[in-house]
Design a protein around this ligand. Structure first.
Ligand code: IDP
Ligand code: MG
Length: 152
């Protein structure tokens, strides 16, 4: 089963959107196999956003992501990386379709409530960045069995 990393950004916590966002992944039949809240270290932010450190908005992004708590999650399921990106929507929430998380909960590029890994390779690196192996769990998930059965 494929795994992907999600970060609920500080705006999701500050606006009380955690439950609404989480339920979308569970409703889709995706399984939460790791979850924690923490303050991101500046070094982690630079590593996580290494493709953006030279951008003019990076300073604001780093300040936002490191000065307030975030929630990190590992989500598992069929084609989890691609499915989660679809549920999340594109970076610029103003252009994100209604029905996607960013489309429904944000109208901003910088404060777009959620991060999701953008490829299978990125997902592996990002999961390792934020989770130790013992922080990931295996358990029966009936929703997943139900979806599997109805696909075959
Ligand atoms: P993604 O989050 O959809 O993968 P990335 O291009 O990887 O998009 O950018 C990471 C994060 O950096 C975005 O989610 C957003 O918070 C911030 N960001 C990206 N582009 C801009 C911009 O043009 N202005 C302000 N913030 C941006
Ligand atoms: Mg990205």
């Amino acid at each position: 089963m494929e795994q992907t990393l999600i970060l609920l950004k500080p705006d999701a916590l500050q606006r009380g959107l955690v439950g609404s966002i989480l339920s979308r992944f569970e409703n889709k039949g995706l399984k939460i196999v790791g979850l924690k809240m923490f303050h991101m270290a500046k070094e982690k932010s630079k590593e996580h956003y290494s493709h953006l450190v030279d951008k003019p908005f990076y300073h604001d992004l780093e300040k936002f992501m490191t000065h307030h708590p975030v929630i990190a999650m590992v989500i598992e399921g069929k084609e989890a990386v691609e499915v989660v990106r679809l549920i999340v929507g594109p970076t610029n929430a103003s252009k994100a379709p209604a029905g996607s998380i960013r489309g429904d909960f944000s109208n901003s590029t910088s404060r777009n409530v959620i991060h999701a890994s953008d490829s299978k390779e990125t997902a592996k690196n990002e999961i390792t960045r934020f989770f130790k192996p013992e922080e990931l769990f295996s358990y029966a998930f009936k929703n997943e069995d139900y979806l599997k059965a109805s696909d075959e």
